[in-house]
Ligand binder design. Structure first.
Ligand code: FPP
Length: 252
């Protein structure tokens, strides 16, 4: 287990800067429809926004950026759209992996792997393996990800350990759950941004967002970039974080 696996949000960053930003990239379809374009064009523009955002996050000094790129529920979209999103992911990794690596970015994938097509899985593993020792921004790509599924898989692993008498149920604590999630070793998000004006968490990082600050922006994802990221961080910096306790020095 890495030393910071159960670190509370805030990490090692200056107290008012988020160390970990998570993003629900929403609104590609509406962005395209608004322009009379097919939805696929919205997803393509979404990849451009993703490139801008990764660059901006690195420049700002964010340590972890987690993006919701394909949820467990996205399989229920029309097959043509699912194929399009898969193709975009493949193209993104093939085209951008060398650049990410050159920029010292470490790629980490979270989500269920056992039902992925072998070519996709191989690319994801290649991205992780190539960038494993990089020390800059960690880009966490949530792919085929659903938080309830992640928690269920963690419960299954812990239950197996109990069944095999390797642990006693009384030993199960938050740290053990953390260690068995896909995000083991990654501090909880400080800030979660959702674009498009929707205000839901949509089965994203349910365990990890216990004390995360949420910022909902009324822009569609393809229009997101450095200015919007900076604005969300400015909003985050005005928030008073108490983690269930009281504010220091005020007694309030
Ligand atoms: C939500 O927009 C976005 C997604 C379901 C996928 C996000 C994907 C990208 C930004 C591009 C792909 C990037 C990678 C790395 C694969 P939506 O389609 O739900 O928009 P809508 O709510 O307006 O219909």
């Amino acid at each position: 287990m890495e030393a910071n696996a159960t670190e509370r949000p805030g990490g090692s960053q200056a107290p008012d800067m988020p160390a970990h930003v998570a993003i629900i990239m929403d609104g590609n379809g509406r962005w395209a429809t608004q322009r009379g374009l097919p939805r696929a064009q919205g997803h393509r523009a979404g990849v451009e926004a993703l490139r801008r955002t990764v660059r901006a996050a690195g420049d700002i000094g964010i340590r972890y950026l987690t993006i919701y790129s394909f949820s467990s529920e996205n399989w229920s979209r029309p097959q043509s759209e699912v194929l399009d999103l898969m193709a975009l992911l493949k193209r993104f990794i093939r085209k951008d992996l060398a650049d990410l690596h050159k920029n010292d970015i470490r790629v980490k994938i979270i989500g269920r792997r056992d039902d992925l097509a072998p070519d996709i899985l191989a690319l994801l593993v290649e991205a992780e393996d190539l960038t494993r020792d990089n020390t800059g921004l960690t880009l966490v790509v949530a792919f085929n990800y659903g938080a309830r599924d992640e928690i269920l898989r963690a419960i299954q692993r812990v239950a197996e350990a109990v069944g095999e008498c390797r642990i006693d149920p009384a030993e199960i604590d938050e740290k053990m759950v953390d260690r068995n999630l896909d995000t083991a070793g990654i501090p909880d998000p400080d800030l979660l941004i959702r674009t498009s004006g929707e205000q839901r968490i949509s089965n994203f990082l349910l365990w990890q967002c216990a004390y995360t600050e949420f910022v909902f922006l009324p822009v569609y994802w393809p229009d997101f970039g450095q200015d919007e990221l900076t604005a969300a961080i400015e909003e985050f910096r005005t928030r008073e974080r108490r983690f269930g306790g009281l504010v220091a020095n005020t007694g309030s």
